[in-house]
Design a protein around this ligand. Sequence first.
Ligand SMILES: Cc1ncc(COP(=O)(O)O)c(C=O)c1O
Length: 475
Amino acid sequence: MIPSPATTLPVSTRDLLDAPTRVNALELEVAHGNSDLLRLLDILGLAGPFTVESPWELRDPDGRHLIHAGGYAATPFGEAYPPLVGFVREFLEANRQLGLPQQSASEWRAALEANLVALLASVAPSHRDSRVYFGSSGAEAIETAIKLARAARPNGTTFINFQRAYHGKTSGALALTPNEEYQAPFRPLAPDVVTLPYGDTDALERALKQLGKRACAIVVEPVQGEGGVVTPPPGFLARLGELARAHGVLVIADEIQTGLGRTGHWFASVAAGLDPDVVTLAKPLGGGLLPVSATIARKALYQAFLPGFASKRHSSTFGGGTLAMAVGLKSLELLVECRLDERAAKEGAYGLQRLQELASRHPNLVEEVRGAGMLFAISLRPVVGFRVPGVSDEDVQTFAVALMLRELHLAGVHGCYSNNAHRTSRLTPALNMPHELLVEMFDRIEGLMERTPSSFAMLKRLPMPKLMALARMAF
Ligand SMILES: Cc1ncc(COP(=O)(O)O)c(C=O)c1O
């Protein structure tokens, strides 16, 4: 208990710097944070906290060595990458500019605007004079894109999205994320959304005809990351662009997960033949250090959104902050100078080949594997082939992923969930992970699959007290 009024606080930064293990992170988080998530992770042995051994390697509290393939595609260089951290130190020592220059020009923001537009225009020349709005999270970039599209198409009130899409969990972004578990408690959601099968151009054409002037924008991920690394059929994105143009509808390419190299391209949508009107970016732009997002839009759209004296009708205090811009600039520079797009394509092809071999050897465990550059997905066979009374099918499916993440962890690999795909776990290693470590990571997964050749075998390896604890949480 803190006496009122507080004169000291329970945990000091000194403690955290000098002896972080003296702070019981798990206990404090269960008491004051997202308790149930932390409890669930604790039962599975995944709660950490983890320490960083190298940008690509972690240790858990039991001393287990882990190869880092978590981070949800937001750690392009792994953790605390020395060239980025060294730059931040230098920046903090040398910088004399305002920290949050909301009411003035800023060299650092200007430089990131110019560099992002140049990178996009290098592959999509129609973006030569595009404009950039900076926010903090991916969802904020999507909220901005929604408002931008509404302002530019005042009669268009309806957005088109796709099944299994993931665009974030703030209200507007959530409306575009068709997941019953996430949406149901919060309806009605805005804006209006028509959801179509991903990859179905006939359905898109019909919807555009039906909606007519009500259609505002199509929001599309060039590869569905949280949907379980799903790549649309060849030609889908190019055709989507043609249809949008023919019907006067905007296209927002959500490149928050796929952009800036992860899938082997700077912009996966452009590489697939789309010339989007708006591009959203986030995750890798912050270099795994800071939240930085960007919404890039054609000049005319941006001006319709923020015109004249109304140019303040969308803003955020921290968007475009100087430290965030500096980290964004350095991250972009490292990505481009090290050609991490090409590296992601090459190492991604190696990784997918390893996963495909494993899938063919372990059909009772693996249903399918998918990949796009350094985004990998492993979809599992169901753990149980029947309905568990009192537990939703979704929870049963999620359970399979939890078991897989536990097995990955025990095998020494730190992986991630798929927010929008059941029975699918994902690997999102750093784009610059040394090849030997990547080989070791797939060797460890091979060992796991040999030890645990079916989904049911994963369940059997879960000690009974843990199973009971999970069951108590589910019911
Ligand atoms: C494609 C896509 N869009 C939007 C988001 C939301 O980003 P954030 O979690 O930073 O709000 C994500 C996050 O995974 C994403 O993958």
